[in-house]
Design a protein around this ligand. Structure first.
Ligand SMILES: [Zn+2]
Length: 279
């Protein structure tokens, strides 16, 4: 596991306005791949740089923010592709003619799914987050990329493993060759869960469950480590530890710079994880 505890603010890609895009040092080494994770920026637009369209958020503002963040990351906002996120484990391939679905308000979506993958240049995969884990996958050999959204439901459903297997099936990707970046998510310091969630995770992880689940000080509650749990699932899917980079950011603890459902409530904004092949 590569610890990612340094500040990852990078603001290259002039002449675009500087925005505090988070990038993975590991994924940034792959030629032909661009990626970035947006943040909460106080005073940016109407809702601190929110990218989500769901009510009560202002869709015109969110589209304007998508354009600004996309430019900073280096993708075409008109070719964003996103799905309706349903906390499941389906992985959907996005083809070039689907680029733009889920970009502008009212542009439709690439189905209902929590994992999107593509091997076609210029398709900018987008997932939206407010505590749930963003997971970006890259097959540097092909190349091919994936964007995954994993809250507790997606984690116990093994959406991470499903994405790896989908890339293997679609492109012949070898799991041991894949690179992964686990971005900011609610951390084990803040993610208190009940017996139902703890039981579901134990059923998924078996003997290894305690590696991502610790007792809470509150009776019959536990602290779940989403990034740790998904790291375990990636290892089981065949990824090598040295090819997995993990952010140390807890979105609730660092709520000034990240949208957090637990910290700010259901109507808070969404930050985005974006990845694309440049061709
Ligand atoms: Zn925390």
């Amino acid at each position: 596991m590569i610890a990612n505890d340094l500040d990852q603010v990078t603001t290259h890609a002039p002449p675009v306005e500087p925005l505090p895009v988070m990038r993975s040092r590991l994924l940034a080494t792959v030629p032909g791949v661009v990626h970035g994770i947006t943040r909460r920026v106080s005073g940016m637009g109407l809702a601190d740089g929110n990218l989500g369209y769901s009510a009560p958020r202002d869709t015109a503002d969110a589209w304007a923010m998508r354009r600004r963040w996309s430019a900073a990351i280096g993708v075409d906002s008109e070719r964003l592709a996103s799905a309706g996120q349903i906390h499941g484990a389906d992985a959907v391939q996005v083809r070039a003619d689907q680029a733009g679905r889920g970009a502008r308000p009212g542009s439709g979506r690439v189905g209902l799914a929590d994992a999107l993958h593509t091997d076609e240049p210029g398709v900018a995969l987008l997932s939206l987050h407010a505590d749930c884990l963003p997971l970006l996958l890259v097959d540097p050999a092909l190349p091919a990329v994936a964007a995954v959204h994993a809250g507790w439901r997606g984690t116990v459903a093994d959406v991470a493993g499903a994405a790896v297997r989908a890339m293997a099936a679609a492109y012949g990707s070898s799991p041991e060759a894949l690179f992964a970046f686990l971005g900011p998510a609610i951390g084990p310091c803040c993610y208190k869960v009940g017996a139902d969630v703890a039981g579901a995770w134990r059923a998924r992880a078996g003997d290894a469950a305690s590696g991502a689940l610790a007792p809470s000080v509150e009776r019959d509650h536990w602290m779940l480590d989403l990034a740790g749990a998904n790291s375990l699932l990636l290892a089981r899917a065949g990824l090598m530890a040295n090819n997995v980079e993990k952010s140390s950011v807890c979105t609730r603890c660092a709520g000034g710079a990240w949208f957090s459902h637990r910290g700010q409530g259901a109507t808070t904004g969404r930050f985005g994880a974006i990845i694309a092949l440049t061709g």
